[in-house]
Design a protein around this ligand. Structure first.
Ligand code: HEM
Length: 401
């Protein structure tokens, strides 16, 4: 292998290959890798230590140009820049975050947990009665559907509609979600439709406030000043996308991992007290959000490589989480692993604000699988999302016993 044959933009590698082979080679041989693309190129960091150091330095590495390559928030002129949590820098970031954070309280998580338990339980009952199904389609979406029902104060059908739209946004390079014209226009169209839905919700909540995220953002004040309408919409969108596009893919990846590691599946069924460490190990192992991007604000040098200001850097969480310098036997799934300081949620000021929700959803799923003593086996090929950003499983046909 050589740096010239490794292309982290090669989506075929993410659909049918094993990107871990490429990441492992990069960690060893080219930890500061220049990945050329048709649009120019970007730097790729694959070692735990380097990825964590960049996360911790928001002054030299900005989020303002967006965190997804080719995503909608890449341009400095994009209106989301500085207004949406994920693509803002301090001090705006801190101000926005304190408001969004208020939507992830323990009572909200309890309420959301009630919905998740109900939707998930009903879907699992159906799958068990049928002897199997497509886990990625029949079960996984119930996690964000439950969460968003509570966080947005909407019914299951609206939550699933929101999920379809955010999936088109994130899967805009994948024909199954975005149609034959998959590309940036599909992304824009999906985003417009989500904004219509959120604007309607905003108007309703202004008249009739509730305990949901939009009502919390409407009531938010910084030195007596309310958030602008676009700040409310962008941050509601940020939570919807963050909530929809991560945990369902993680859920399917967990079931795939349990199928591929039957001894660990048995260990968990025999020792349910391992659930806490198992949940974290599954976050490390699956690392659904493969990378996040940053832009250098000044000339920097990483491991002797000079990187000028204004360049794009990608921080590969999925690779850092398999770095043997940080995790003993990093390539081994160990549901009892401790300590486990993985970077699946990033670290420092932008660390996933939805982490309590993700933990709640995945813990509920795993304890439900353990309580019911469920074992899965493959009943058809796994179909993966055409994306290097989200390590997503679109179809996971299984039998269940
Ligand atoms: C397994 C599940 C999840 C994973 C792997 C994940 C991953 C991440 C990562 C890596 C970041 C850091 C981005 C950066 O530093 O630029 C992040 C931020 C964020 N996540 Fe998550 N996430 C998950 C679940 C969720 C959920 C359930 C929600 C909402 C309900 C959510 C909402 C957000 C938001 C709003 C941010 C921006 C935080 C900020 O910039 O301060 N995420 N997530």
């Amino acid at each position: 292998m050589s740096t010239t044959v490794i292309d982290l933009d090669d989506l075929d590698m993410f659909v049918s290959g094993d990107p871990h082979v490429a990441w492992s080679w990069l960690r060893e041989n080219a930890p500061v890798h220049w990945n050329p693309t048709a649009a120019g190129g970007y730097w790729a960091l694959t070692r735990y230590e380097d990825v964590a150091a960049v996360y911790r330095d928001p002054v030299s590495y900005s989020s303002k140009n967006g965190t997804v390559l080719g995503g909608s928030y890449r341009s400095a002129t994009d209106t989301a820049s500085g207004q949406m949590l994920i693509c803002s820098d301090p001090p705006e970031h801190r101000l926005l975050r304190q408001h969004v954070h208020k939507a992830f309280t323990a009572p909200m998580m309890d309420r959301a947990g009630g919905y998740v338990r109900r939707y998930l339980g009903e879907a699992l009952d159906r799958m068990v009665a049928d002897g199997g199904g497509d886990f990625a389609v029949d079960i996984a979406p119930m996690l964000p559907a439950g969460l968003l029902s509570a966080m947005f104060g909407i019914g299951r059908d609206d939550a699933l509609r929101l999920l379809r739209l955010t999936r088109t946004m994130i899967g805009h390079r994948d024909e199954e979600y975005a149609g034959p014209a998959a590309g940036s226009m599909t992304l824009v169209a999906a985003q417009v439709e989500i904004f219509d839905l959120l604007t309607e919700l905003l108007e309703r909540r202004r008249v009739d406030p509730g305990e949901d995220l939009v009502s919390i953002l409407i009531a938010a004040r910084t030195n007596g000043r309310a958030l602008s309408e676009s700040q409310i919409l962008y941050n509601a969108l940020n939570v919807a996308v963050g909530g929809d596009e991560t945990t369902p893919f993680t859920a399917s990846a967990i079931v795939e991992a349990l199928i591929q590691h039957p001894a660990e599946a048995t260990r968990l069924l025999d020792r349910p007290e391992l659930l806490d460490t198992a949940v974290d190990e599954m976050f490390r192992w699956t690392s659904t959000n493969a990378y996040v991007a940053r832009t250098t604000t000044q000339d920097v040098t990483i491991r002797g490589v000079a990187i000028p200001a204004g360049q794009t850097l990608t921080l590969w969480n999925a690779s850092a989480n398999r770095d043997a310098a940080q995790f003993p036997h990093a390539d081994r799934l160990d549901l009892g692993r401790t300590p486990n300081h993985h970077l699946a949620f990033g670290v420092a000021n932008h660390r996933c604000v939805g982490m309590p929700a993700a933990r709640m959803e995945i813990s509920l799923l795993m304890s439900e699988l353990v309580d019911r003593g469920l074992r899965f086996a493959p009943s058809g090929p796994v179909d993966r999302l055409r994306s290097n950003f989200m390590l997503g499983i679109k179809h996971l046909p299984v039998t269940v016993s």
